[in-house]
Design a protein around this ligand. Structure first.
Ligand SMILES: *[C@@H]1O[C@H](CO)[C@@H](O)[C@H](O)[C@H]1NC(C)=O
Ligand SMILES: *[C@@H]1O[C@H](CO)[C@@H](O)[C@H](O)[C@H]1NC(C)=O
Ligand SMILES: *[C@@H]1O[C@H](CO)[C@@H](O)[C@H](O)[C@H]1NC(C)=O
Ligand SMILES: *[C@@H]1O[C@H](CO)[C@@H](O)[C@H](O)[C@H]1NC(C)=O
Ligand SMILES: *[C@@H]1O[C@H](CO)[C@@H](O)[C@H](O)[C@H]1NC(C)=O
Ligand SMILES: *[C@@H]1O[C@H](CO)[C@@H](O)[C@H](O)[C@H]1NC(C)=O
Ligand SMILES: *[C@@H]1O[C@H](CO)[C@@H](O)[C@H](O)[C@H]1NC(C)=O
Ligand SMILES: *[C@@H]1O[C@H](CO)[C@@H](O)[C@H](O)[C@H]1NC(C)=O
Length: 559
């Protein structure tokens, strides 16, 4: 990576931006009657404007306590597996508001804030582990879509949501295959926001990297009139200490004709000279020529976030969490932010209409991405399928998400060994092929593969056990194969405006229904790297000799 000072962007940023819908409900209850509407912000071409016609710049800070990172072989990127739910403690918002005001910011990235304080929120819709589109095993599936929509529904009553981020650093320079899924998410979330007359923007926060990668990624996310982000965020740590004013010149040239609004979704390198941070990039970022190209940025980070021995935090909490001490980074940031005057050109009426960039042609090994985008996840079709499957996954524990990944690996291995394929549940952003069941919840994908295996073995009982993880579906019609059920339930991939998701029943975990729609039964997904491609002998012991064992590694594209 080419960043100085801050080296491990993926570890920390996934943690920055998470929120939990149940806690949101609590927060909404506490902050219920919020008044004092903030002016709506809209995008005209590549610029943002408030309703009064003034240009709008993001001037903010990342606001999320770092989650717990449990290193391990199944966590190669050191992603946090927990998140601190600052929302559950509304006193924290009240505690921190005066500090936001001191900083002179107009936005935070994370979650809700009291809108009468004049603070916009850029809210990430993702959650750790299975609550985001995965970098290496990507899917755009009903469980993720519904999680995103529930979060939007919980926040729509606020007037201060500036943007919903559909992902943070999901597409990586060494694994680009998630890009079509991110674009599909942008398309479907945009359609949903339009359908509820929301003015919120659709954003994405990108990891920085080689220019060839960033340029292709940025173009890919903005090259379609109906499936683009509104707000392309770049987590940019190029400026270090007292850097030269020319530091951003090449970045400015590269984004000069970009088709949608762009900003720095994180900035502020640590471990530079001088230290503490002097934030001399801020006057540069908020004056020309930067303002011709960019719409501001978010300093990293309000709370302590440690990455490779460097702490990016600017506020320290007392032991009882009741008071805040700020450091010199904070004071320097406040001085620079408070010195900013927004330029107000071009006027809204004369904002140029940028032409959309061309969608980048696939160019592996760098940009190894198809321009074919997956369909909209279809709850009804997946529910229809789930009802007809012959063998159903039965989650033995509420925390079954990792198990699902392992079992898909095992079941697919067995199906392939028995002469079948796992193509129906597979999706590939490299080839642009999306199996009809790829859009379903991972538990339904698993049940689908288990059913295929069961059917390939003439429905002998032992072929629908998976060591006690599956059970035959008594309601299934024995003359209908899983593949036939898929053809009848999901005749052709389609793009449509998603409906509001069914309301989750809190505490109905463990595969509980949580909704009246069977497609939501036990929504789950793979953890990062959780889709094992290695079949383990041990778990197959319950199967009969008719089935045989598969040992060794298999490689296929799962999603
Ligand atoms: C929101 O902020 C305003 C101004 O800072 C304050 O008067 C009001 O009490 C706050 N509301 C809540 C619910 O914290
Ligand atoms: C760098 O840019 C800022 C903002 O435009 C300006 O105030 C400052 O004088 C510049 N510094 C140099 C050395 O040109
Ligand atoms: C303070 O807040 C953190 C999360 O930000 C939490 O983990 C910790 O338990 C809290 N401490 C107290 C004393 O409330
Ligand atoms: C593109 O990605 C696919 C799937 O990950 C991989 O098999 C293939 O080798 C990649 N192509 C190149 C040229 O790297
Ligand atoms: C389910 O599968 C897992 C992993 O393959 C295995 O460890 C477990 O024993 C199986 N059965 C139950 C009831 O969990
Ligand atoms: C499933 O949903 C129904 C209707 O909403 C509810 O009565 C039932 O208790 C739920 N079951 C579980 C396991 O949550
Ligand atoms: C969904 O869960 C409910 C309650 O556990 C169960 O009665 C129903 O059969 C499940 N549906 C499917 C398709 O698994
Ligand atoms: C993630 O997995 C857990 C079970 O481990 C499940 O309760 C949750 O709904 C899943 N989330 C998504 C978005 O699939």
């Amino acid at each position: 990576m080419r960043f100085r000072g801050k080296l491990s962007v993926p570890q920390i940023t996934q943690a920055m931006v998470n929120l939990f819908v149940l806690a949101v409900a609590l927060l909404l209850a506490v902050f219920a009657p919020i008044t004092g509407a903030l002016p709506k912000v809209s995008r005209v071409g590549k610029y943002l404007y408030t309703e009064d016609g003034n240009r709008f710049f993001i001037k903010g800070i990342a606001y999320q306590t770092q989650g717990l990172i449990i290193p391990g072989p199944d966590n190669p990127l050191n992603q946090p597996s927990t998140y601190v739910d600052n929302l559950a403690d509304p006193a924290a918002c009240a505690r921190d508001l005066p500090f936001f005001q001191k900083l002179g910011i107009n936005a935070i990235r994370a979650y809700s804030a009291n809108s009468s304080a004049g603070i916009y929120v850029i809210l990430d819709l993702t959650l750790p582990l299975n609550g985001s589109i995965d970098t290496t095993q990507p899917a755009w599936s009903t469980n993720t879509l519904d999680q995103y929509l529930r979060t939007i529904d919980a926040f729509e009553k606020y007037d201060n949501v500036l943007a919903y981020n559909i992902g943070n650093e999901v597409i990586s320079p060494t694994a680009t295959q998630s890009a079509p899924f991110i674009v599909a998410a942008a398309r479907d979330i945009r359609a949903y926001l339009n359908s509820i007359s929301s003015s919120a923007l659709v954003g994405y926060a990108a990891i920085d990297g080689p220019s060839s990668f960033v340029d292709d990624e940025a173009d890919f996310l903005a090259c379609s009139a109906t499936a683009s982000v509104d707000l392309f965020g770049l987590n940019n740590y190029e400026w270090c200490g007292n850097a030269a004013n020319t530091t951003f010149d090449s970045m400015n040239r590269r984004f000069a004709n970009y088709g949608v609004a762009a900003y720095f979704s994180e900035f502020g390198s640590e471990n530079c000279s001088p230290n503490p941070r002097v934030w001399t990039e801020i006057p540069v970022m908020y004056s020309e020529p930067m303002t011709d190209v960019w719409s501001g940025g978010l300093a990293f980070s309000y709370f302590s976030v440690v990455s490779r021995g460097h702490d990016f935090g600017m506020a320290t909490l007392s032991a009882d969490n009741k008071s805040v001490t700020t450091n010199a980074d904070f004071d320097n940031l406040a001085a620079k932010f408070n010195g900013v005057t927004f330029v107000n050109t071009p006027a809204k009426g004369t904002a140029p209409t940028p032409t959309l960039p061309n969608c980048p042609a696939p160019s592996p090994p760098g940009w190894n991405v198809s321009n074919t985008i997956p369909p909209t996840p279809d709850d009804a079709a997946c529910g229809c399928l789930a009802n007809q499957l012959s063998c159903l996954f039965q989650p033995p524990t509420p925390d079954y998400m990792k198990l699902v990944g392992n079992l898909i690996g095992i079941a697919c291995g067995l199906v392939i060994q028995a002469g079948g394929t796992c193509n129906d549940i597979s999706s590939s952003g490299v080839s642009g092929t999306y199996g009809p069941v790829g859009m379903c919840d991972p538990t339904i994908k698993l049940s689908y593969v288990m059913s295929q295996f069961y059917e390939l073995n003439n429905r002998v009982d032992a072929a629908c056990s998976f060591s006690g993880n599956a059970t035959a579906n008594p309601k299934a019609n024995p003359s209908i194969l899983a593949s036939a059920a898929a053809s009848s339930c999901m005749p052709s991939p389609r793009v449509f405006t998603p409906s509001p998701p069914p309301v989750l029943v809190p505490g109905a975990g463990g595969g509980g229904n949580g909704s009246t729609d069977n497609s939501h039964n036990g929504s789950s997904g793979p953890p990062n790297g959780g889709m094992s491609s290695t079949v383990s002998r041990g778990v197959l012991v319950g199967l009969t000799g008719a089935v045989g064992f598969v040992v060794g590694a298999m490689v296929w594209t799962l999603a």
